[in-house]
Design a protein around this ligand. Sequence first.
Ligand code: ATP
Length: 295
Amino acid sequence: MSILSLNNIRKNYGPIQALKGVSFDVPKGTVFGILGPNGSGKTTMLGIIMDILRPTSGTYKLFDQVPDETHRRQIGTFLETPNFYHYLSATQNLKIAAAIKERGEEDIPRVLEMVNLTQRKDSRFSTYSLGMKQRLAIASSLLGNPEVLILDEPTNGLDPVGIAEIRTLIKKLHLEGKTIIMASHLLDEVEKVCTHVAILKKGDLVATGNVNEILANEDIVEVGAADISKLKMSLERLSGYNSIREQDHLLQLFYPIGATNLESINRHCFNDDIVLNHLQLKKKSLESKFFELTN
Ligand code: ATP
């Protein structure tokens, strides 16, 4: 089942084309990253899904159906910077949120436990760190136990500890079977927590699919020796890789996934009288893939 299917969604703000006909599917049970630099249309897309904005054209489905309020009630959202009453406690703030959303006051202890704030549930919001505030906002989106969560830049502004806590929380929610759709401009974040990704560039979808497949469609073997020209001539006689490139006084061999054999590369060079001073298998990083796609 698809949690969300976008079909050729366009959104214009006057002459600005924020989304230029975007289509993709979010499978159930995934952590789905919408990745793109600032201004690529991520927030606009989340706004359309949550019925805050109307698309200029195109359609979308939620839970394989034409969306209505009953579908949106199964989605918890964290779209803006948390906005709680500073002089009230976490529990009091969540009671207000539950009343506004008409869902889940009895759920408050569970969601506080989920985001690891039970011990601080009676502290005033004003005494919370930014990371705790962010987690309280996610707790609020979890009220009523929605099947799907939509998070817009959930680690924005947090320090490394705060970021790690949010990532742990997202992984925990994923293990519980929730589908999480999150917008992010952070490659590293998407690589670390997402199972699937859609990459946007200036309103266009440039790639979508399983993160591992999108990122690591090739393995890279870095090879170095004192005489790079001799090494290159030798490696050009070696078969099995797709392409070869020189970078930073090393040669990079691009192999299909799983097709590398470091020992045979080493033996081949040794037989050509070349002693390697560097031989390393590297995964293609999201960063290089991202720049390849968006530049
Ligand atoms: P960011 O990470 O900076 O929030 P984003 O990827 O979420 O970026 P959007 O906020 O969706 O991107 O913006 C996409 C484009 O639409 C940008 O060029 C932006 O300036 C423009 N835009 C967004 N909202 C409006 C608006 N209300 N009126 C006019 N233009 C807008």
